[in-house]
Design a binder for this molecule. Sequence first.
Ligand code: F6R
Length: 366
Amino acid sequence: EKGGYDHFMLKEIYEQPSVIKDTYRGRLHANKGMIQMAGVEDNIDKFTNANRILIVACGTSWHAGLVAEYIFEEFSRIPVEVEYASEFRYRNPIIYPDDVVIAISQSGETADTLAAIKLAKEKGAFVFGVCNVVGSSISRETHAGAYTHAGPEIGVASTKAFTTQITVLTMMALRLAKAKGTMNTSDYQRYLLELELIPEKVEEALQTNEVAKMIASIYKSAPNCLYLGRGYNFPVALEGALKLKEISYIHAEGYPAAEMKHGPIALIDEHMPIVVIAPKQNHYDKVVSNIQEIKARSGKIIAVVTKGDTQVRALADHVIEIPDTAEALTPLLTTIPLQLLSYHIAVMRECNVDQPRNLAKSVTVE
Ligand code: F6R
């Protein structure tokens, strides 16, 4: 049932090229310049008239929401707020009837997310679900939705659910960009084509497995680890850190790279591994200077870079190369080596990868 893999988590990491394709199949029509999602189409006025999108979720799904915040704001020019469902529900939040609330949940059973949905509905908002489990409580409680087609996710650490959630949310943002005229036609078309190519690029990103394993063998005993990213890849840094702590029990934190100088840089010495997500994009030069600051304090840099990179390579202790893509789609690729790195570290530490201590696959308690 693990399809020849040692763990469900590894099987699920490797399924990503095919499940991302399953998720966009029948929805993304790059050659026709079209995106069709029934739940969005049927409610297109709700989305185009929304003054604001509120995203509620927990854990990894919350990280997908953060990536979506950057994408919705950039593509569709709609203000987005992302909230932990557990905070949202207990703080008498301001919700307007013309808000669109998007709830993201792999299991569709997370108690706090479900409660947040009920609250938003009471206040008259339109609630849209992005769930993986068909017929789950959240998929039934929402007014409309779009399923991710990741298939069953058995490993407690979420992997393929995360990348398929981002795929769905990216398609939604593109559809809204078209409806609102907030993106020029050539960018729109380029994004459709780039999204269609993501499965084969994820396949290529999976070839980082050997280098991820080699890096894992060097840092497997580290007591701490930092993850840094900027822009679209800041949430990927948070997700990378979560993956490491939950399955390997190594303390890890994700930070926006520029925040280092406001405190965390004090942690850096020659024992601290720092994973820097540094694809060749908008903030590249800024990330390069962040890396220089860390190297000046003898930190160990593991950098995720775009294939062919030379500048970061010259500074980093280790590089992991991923294929080039459009900037907003980089999280779908940068996430892959971070999943593999956590996986190998956890295996080398003899942790129970698929069922980490103290955790359950669906958190149905509050
Ligand atoms: C992390 C993880 C959890 C879940 C969170 C939300 O790997 O699996 O953080 O992401 O419990 O679960 P869902 O998406 O089912 O609502």
